[in-house]
Write a new protein. Sequence first.
Length: 153
Amino acid sequence: MIFEFESDFAGSLRCIPMIVRQKLDLAGIKMTLRQWSQVSRDDRAVLTVLGCEDDAAQRDYRARVLGLIAERCDEPPRFLEACGLEDWQDARTMPEIVRQQAASDGIAAPSAAQWAALDPLQRFALVKLSRSKHDNENFVPAMREFGLLADGA
């Protein structure tokens, strides 16, 4: 699934879409945009749809990505620590960073009920966009797409 707010840059799979970024986080791998671009378009498409829901699927996804990096990339893999996942996985508690980003953009943060109603990928996207140094211009469009902003906001 490619979100509307990312369709202009991720729809072509030129950039890493949120669905893949989420799976990479779950698999504990930091794939650079350079590495992503060295992987074939077909392999990028597979990484978009390949499952990553449970431990076994995450191990398989990790092995697939590491294999692609070893075969096709001119830089070694980078790994992530498995911390911070609870930020977006917990539907009961919205991370403070999302509130801060909303305030920074002059909009209301999602209510507790709105946060709980989001699916995991939507929560992941809002957290990731709140942390990003260069992608946070997509925070407001994501909030709008997820139905979290009043019309005209």
